[in-house]
Design a protein. Structure first.
Length: 145
């Protein structure tokens, strides 16, 4: 039995809908002092827990939402500055235990023939990814930027 199957049989999911909905419901009644405390914690880049993220997702006041965007922009500037960060489009596996409605890889999709790449296949893919920009017409590269 694969590790993934074993884990799935334990009936555990990465995304716990009930817990997320519970957090979002509780977050609706957060006092202003809590919202400001979360803003300060975010500015210090200390990371936010699920309850704090739930409170930010429930912000309704336009000034609070603007403050959230300002802080997000500050943090982005401090961490990334003007750099562009690219991710290699390499799917190592399409097995998934979650059930996101919009995604073809969701666990209910029994039609999908799933597979994972071997270490050799991953290694073979790397040179292709490295050379990919050279194979694209230059106007396509600039339209991606
Ligand atoms: S692969 Fe698809 S179903 Fe799985 S967590 Fe990502 S988005 Fe959701």
């Amino acid at each position: 039995m694969t590790l993934l199957k074993e884990w799935w049989m334990m009936n555990e999911k990465i995304i716990n809908d009930e817990k997320i909905n519970d957090i979002l419901e509780k977050a609706r009644t957060s006092p202003l002092s809590t919202i400001y405390r979360i803003f300060e914690k975010a500015k210090e880049k200390r990371g936010l827990n699920l309850e704090e993220v739930g409170i930010l997702l429930n912000l309704a006041d336009s000034e609070h939402i603007q403050e959230l965007f300002n802080i997000a922009h500050q943090i982005k500037e401090q961490i990334y500055g003007e750099r562009l960060v690219f991710f290699a489009p390499l799917y190592v596996s399409d097995f998934c235990v979650n059930d996101c409605e919009y995604c073809n890889f969701h666990v209910r999709n029994k039609e999908l023939k799933r597979r994972k790449l071997s270490l050799e296949e991953i290694e073979e893919s790397i040179p292709f990814l490295v050379d990919l920009p050279k194979q694209l017409p230059s106007d396509e590269i600039s339209s991606c930027l």
